[in-house]
Design a binder for this molecule. Structure first.
Ligand SMILES: Cc1ncc(COP(=O)(O)O)c(C=O)c1O
Length: 415
């Protein structure tokens, strides 16, 4: 156990040293109507329904029936997990390379995360890697579109249909990205989004769930916002389930609404820039940007990622990333900690000690979590470098400069 280690940093504070010729998302570009909407919240004495307005606008923009605003994606996915109402010990198959926010809610519901490995050469899982993980305790598949690369959803949905499983998405990093002409987040039963300050639609904090399912919408609101309470005549609030008070604040909704008005142009620009950056960096021998599948008509990337071939360089990926930073790329680094079965050390501890829900029952078998749980993902991340400061402020000259820095570091360390 790590004792007295430095606490994790978030938001702008995590990137405060990343300054140079290549831009970062900081300070965030804020939609021109933000102050107007914030003023409305204040002037109305907190009576205006900015949350409802944001929900309606986001649902309309996304072409879905329901948007349920939340204080972040972690709580959005938590209330979704609670709304699904599976049993303790039921298994949810989930992407292994992600943020802790993907899994927090399902762990709190006493479901058991089963991490499917990634497909070779990328950061997402696939139908092929999911299939061997399906058991008679599997209830759902939670797909993350890591970096903004959309997982190949048609085969995943087909597989899920064959086994009667629910599919839902963590679309935090892929907002308004398109898979075969359909938005990431509309490719399954429901999806969670993040409007955290550093995310593509950075709005200080915030998130939401979207779905076309009326019943699920009602249940997410009941569990997530009404704290599991219904009104009983002549009595008042009756809490029939243990719910949450995960409501998005009105001021956050005001900023989210303003950001929604500028996000589409930003995503279109990010798409162009990431394709250019990938092409330029792809020309450097020994360096491979994440492949962008043909089925993605719009890549809405939150971060840029690339692999280095260890056979071709004398330095480690960690050293390579450090030299990129020294060369002027803001905050490059490795994403080893994205490997959830390795990063969530408490999972292995609980599984080993048969702490509920790993006791039998409700579990019906033994579990193990570690770097060997998803070997393809583990090996891939050993040689993977990314920077989550990639943003809509990039212009072609920034892509060229970033690629030149990568080339210089590569040539300096070539075997
Ligand atoms: C894939 C993914 N899921 C969930 C989250 C958590 O989102 P939030 O910070 O809004 O709770 C993040 C945040 O980095 C993320 O990248």
């Amino acid at each position: 156990m790590v004792v007295k280690a430095e606490r994790a940093k978030y938001g702008a504070a995590a990137y405060k040293d990343a300054v140079g010729e290549i831009p970062t998302q900081w300070p965030r570009t804020i939609g021109p109507n933000a102050m107007k909407y914030l003023q409305e919240v204040v002037d109305s004495g907190l009576t205006c329904d900015m949350i409802g307005r944001f929900e309606e606008a986001f649902a309309k923009e996304y072409g879905v029936k329901h948007c349920i605003a939340a204080p972040g994606c972690t709580p959005a996915l938590a209330i979704l997990a609670a709304a699904f109402d599976f049993d303790a010990g039921d298994e949810i198959i989930v992407s292994p390379v992600t943020d802790y926010g993907t899994v927090q809610g399902l762990i709190r519901e006493n479901y058991i995360p089963v991490f499917a490995d990634t497909a070779p050469g990328t950061v997402n899982l696939s139908a092929e890697t999911i299939e061997p993980c399906i058991t008679d305790r599997t209830r759902a598949i939670l797909v993350v579109h890591k970096t903004g690369l959309i997982a190949d959803m048609d085969p995943i949905n087909e597989l899920a249909d064959q086994h009667g499983l629910i599919v839902y998405e963590d679309a935090c990093q892929a907002i308004f990205g398109e898979y075969k002409g359909r938005y990431a987040g509309t490719l399954s039963t429901a999806a969670g989004f993040s409007f955290d300050a550093e995310k593509t639609m950075g709005s200080d904090i915030g998130g939401c769930v979207i779905t076309n399912d009326d019943e699920l919408n009602d249940r997410v609101r009941f569990i997530g916002q009404s704290r599991g309470a219904r009104m009983k005549e002549h009595f008042g609030r009756l809490h029939t389930e243990c719910g949450y008070a995960y409501r998005m604040p009105n001021c956050t909704a005001a900023i989210c609404l303003a950001q929604l008005e500028i996000i589409r142009d930003q995503v279109a620009h990010r798409d162009k820039m990431i394709r250019l950056l990938s092409e330029l960096i792809g020309e450097v021998p020994g360096v491979t940007p994440l492949p962008i599948p043909d089925y993605m008509n719009v890549y809405s990337p939150w971060m840029f990622g690339m692999s280095i071939d260890p056979e071709q360089f004398t330095c480690s990926a960690e050293q390579f990333a450090q030299e990129l930073a020294d060369g002027g790329i803001p905050a490059p680094g490795q994403g080893k900690y994205y490997l959830m079965p390795e990063a969530c050390t408490f999972l292995e501890e609980n599984a080993r000690n048969k702490v509920y829900p790993y006791s039998m029952p409700p579990a019906s078998r033994e579990y193990h979590y570690g770097e060997d749980t998803c070997p393809t993902a583990h090996v891939f991340l050993e040689n993977w470098i990314r920077w989550s400061t990639f943003c809509e402020k990039y212009q072609p000259e920034h892509c060229e400069l970033a690629a030149a820095i990568v080339r210089e570091v590569a040539d300096r360390n070539r075997k």
